[in-house]
Design a protein around this ligand. Structure first.
Ligand code: PLP
Length: 426
């Protein structure tokens, strides 16, 4: 009995001494477990060779940038700054003016106290630009894609989506309860089969990127609209890589292919050609936009776009409504790049789009060549599996209206020099 009491007392005292330690161990136990799981995830990404590093830019976005660790101006060929408006003086000025007049932000969602006249003006301008009834702003196009399908489609409806659509479309579709059909990339026959299969649904929506960003290929919208009309389906396009510069007036792939009045809903971004700040939107029939304002979760439950961002985007759209000059200059430079590279023996994928994928096949080659290009002062990025299919590694070059002809030639000459070194071109 005495022995037991003594043991108990000793245990009790030891636990007393150790208890802060035990408590702190308990406090960190869950975190330690999580960290070990996360570390092994990170290690598997490193081992797979799919780690995505981030270079740090120490200047404004533009055709020439400073990159941490590299000396001097670097020629930048990997931004979605298609029209060079990210650092256009008038765009910056409009942002500064909006900041001064309307403040840094709204500290509110739109429907509580987050709508300023400048948000309404931008929505009107966007609707006017796309020649649609109405527009609704989001914090990003990712949000616009996340917020659309769930509101428009219910369990009695069907959505037919290109297999290579952007990740945000895939996620948005996951959130909706419609029947899902995934058709083969740009395959009209497969789309028709799926449309036939979904005829019993209440509503049908065909969903496609206007331009696919990895290959710069353009959705066959005429064929898609023909099928949609035959099988009574609506058509949605994501125009992130088209708004502002595709088509005679830069309205998008629907304008380029003459189907502006046959595509019902367009989502796009303010974060690429239209000034590059941030923000996204949906344009389409007023009834849809009205319903999105009532029900779309990323719109209802996220802060309003900051006034400086709205100011920049509004000016960018005004510039495009005034003239086609910037878009035309970008098209001419795209042609210069594509023609010179093809002549030098490179294979450039895609169709006359400023996304110019220089096809190399081998992942290692794409990565080493991109590094060599940076040594020559040209910033381009290699893409490999899983971002693109196995065996289709490439360096993606993106042309901007802000590049000069000399910049384009410098980039081409760099590719020739590096391509010869690695035996890609003669
Ligand atoms: N859709 C497409 C086709 C995109 O390329 C992107 C951006 O990479 C998005 C949507 C998302 O746009 P945001 O950057 O405005 O969220």
């Amino acid at each position: 009995m005495l022995v037991r009491t003594t043991v108990f007392k000793v245990n009790y005292q030891v636990r007393g001494i150790l208890s802060p330690l035990l408590n702190s161990n308990r406090k960190y136990a869950a975190l330690a477990e999580a960290k070990s799981v996360l570390e092994s995830e990170l290690e598997s990404i490193r081992v797979a060779g799919t780690w995505k590093g981030e270079r740090v830019i120490t200047s404004k976005q533009g055709p020439r940038i400073n990159v941490d660790g590299s000396r001097g101006d670097i020629l930048n060929f990997c931004a979605n700054n298609y029209l060079g408006l990210s650092s256009h003086p008038e765009v910056i000025e409009a942002g500064v003016e909006a900041l001064k007049q309307y403040g840094a932000g709204l500290s509110s969602v739109r429907f509580i106290c987050g709508t300023q006249d400048l948000h309404k003006r931008l929505e009107q301008k966007i609707a006017q630009f796309h020649e649609r009834e109405d527009a609704i702003l989001y914090a990003s196009c990712f949000d616009a894609n996340a917020g659309l399908f769930e509101v428009l489609l219910g369990p009695d409806d069907a959505v037919l989506s290109d297999e290579l659509n952007h990740a945000s479309i895939i996620d948005g579709i996951r959130l909706c309860r419609a029947r899902r059909f995934r058709y083969r990339h740009m395959d009209l026959k497969d789309l028709e089969d799926k449309l036939k299969e979904s005829q019993s649904s209440r509503l049908r929506l065909v969903v496609t990127d206007g331009v696919f960003s990895m290959d710069g290929d353009i959705a066959p919208l005429v064929g898609i609209c023909d099928l949609a009309e035959r099988y009574r389906a609506m058509v949605f396009i994501d125009e992130c890589h088209a708004t502002g510069f595709m088509g005679p007036r830069g309205r998008g792939t629907d304008e380029l292919l003459g189907v502006m009045d046959r595509v019902h809903i367009v989502n796009s971004t303010l974060g690429k050609a239209l000034g590059g700040a941030a923000g996204g939107y949906t344009v389409g029939p007023k009834t849809l936009i009205d319903l999105l304002r009532q029900r779309s979760r990323p719109y209802l439950f996220s802060n309003s776009l900051p006034p400086p961002v709205v100011g920049c985007s509004t000016r960018a759209i005004e510039l495009l409504l005034q003239s086609n000059e910037i878009a035309e200059s970008m098209a001419a430079k795209t042609k210069r790049f594509r023609d010179s590279m093809t002549k030098a023996g490179f294979t450039i994928s895609g169709a006359n789009h400023p996304i110019c994928p220089v096809m190399l096949g081998d992942a290692q080659l794409a990565s080493v060549m991109a590094e060599d290009m940076l040594k020559l002062g040209v910033y381009v990025i290699g893409f490999s599996y899983p971002v693109v299919p196995k065996g289709k590694a490439r360096i993606r070059v993106q042309i901007s209206a802000a590049h000069s002809d000399a910049d384009i030639d410098h980039c081409v000459n760099g590719f020739i020099q590096v391509g010869r070194k690695h035996g890609v071109v003669p």
